[in-house]
Design a protein around this ligand. Sequence first.
Ligand SMILES: Cc1cc2nc3c(=O)[nH]c(=O)nc-3n(C[C@H](O)[C@H](O)[C@H](O)COP(=O)(O)OP(=O)(O)OC[C@H]3O[C@@H](n4cnc5c(N)ncnc54)[C@H](O)[C@@H]3O)c2cc1C
Length: 389
Amino acid sequence: MTTQHSELPAQPLTRLSEDEQLFRDSVYEFADREIRPLVREMDEQAKIPKALIDKLFDLGVMGIEVPDSFGGGGASFFHSVLAVEALSRVDPSIGVLVDVQNTLVINALVRWGNEDVRKRYLPKMAADTIGAYALSEAGSGSDAFAMTTRAAERDGEWALTGRKLWITNANEANLFIVFANVSPEAGYRGITAFLVERGFSGFTVGKKEDKLGIRASSTCELLFDDCRVPRANVLGEVGKGYKVAIETLNEGRIGIGAQMIGLAQGALHHAMAYTRERKQFGKAIAEFQAVQHQIARAATELEAARLLVYNAARLRDSRQPFLTEAAMCKIFSSEVAERVASLAVNLFGGYGFVKDYPVEKLYRDAKIGQIYEGTSNLQLQTIAKQLLG
Ligand SMILES: Cc1cc2nc3c(=O)[nH]c(=O)nc-3n(C[C@H](O)[C@H](O)[C@H](O)COP(=O)(O)OP(=O)(O)OC[C@H]3O[C@@H](n4cnc5c(N)ncnc54)[C@H](O)[C@@H]3O)c2cc1C
């Protein structure tokens, strides 16, 4: 019996369209040329130079999903994933800068912003404005809805009071999506998302954290002391901020998956190059079968992680459920990244342990993948809930 296929044949999951491939390659070439020479200095100084940020805007990776009518790339979520992966191969700190900008902040503005919000902010995001996403607090991380930052109506505006902690991009950002509760007695149904500009009265960016990894990416405290926010700067509806938070984070964690597979790819690349070069017992260490098997296993795990990440992103772009797949891709790719970076350190031997070589940094950077945008335990909880109800 013959079957008639009226639809296109199914595409392999890692097959990219010509446009996607060109985009990914151009972002990687940029990273290799413009970012690689700065990686060590950025890590040591815990800072991203302004000139590099300007180049990221010029490259178009700071407004990937901003519609063309607002000056952005008008591309898909999958393109953001490709950009984060390509950048993270070279520096996961730049990967997360671009990730938060696109998969959290722009994503939330596009999805939840009304016409006025989109018109006011999206062109800026694509041109020169960095965004940050402020949910966590000192006392509320995994239990994010236990936040104590409050918003009250005052003189026809909103007044925010409280503190946020661990906010990525805070040093560079000019626009912050800030979650605060307008009626704590209503529990999570009081949570509201506000758009706070850096210059708003009563708002200050506080202490910058001194971190183990992704050191160039800024992580700071935010302080709100009767910070005045116009009514028009509520993102979505009052009391619906919990939905904004949950839904953007569900998508954002696919971006972290992308950061982790990029990191693992970078580490594996360094390990392969080094083992071909380094000689012991009269031959390249890549010629020892034990080493070959370690590299083969790492490459296999990376391929599996990439499939999970790409599939979650493709599901999201095709408007199909992706909650479980997003959680799976994040937990798995962050574990693979840690294992592959650790292997790379081992294969470099003593040289893997010093800063003259790039792999110790990737090992330090990998750790964050299991912490932010929901710890691994929380991802497992999400997966189990979907499976077991
Ligand atoms: C570098 C960095 C950048 C960050 N960027 C941002 C940002 O831009 N915006 C933002 O809002 N936040 C950001 N965060 C915060 C981050 O999302 C939180 O740190 C994370 O959600 C964990 O919260 P916590 O640190 O309070 O840990 P906790 O929630 O206190 O967790 C501590 C441990 O307890 C476990 N645990 C907690 N609850 C449960 C449970 N129910 N079941 C099983 N185990 C549990 C966790 O898995 C973890 O192992 C960032 C953090 C870091 C370190």
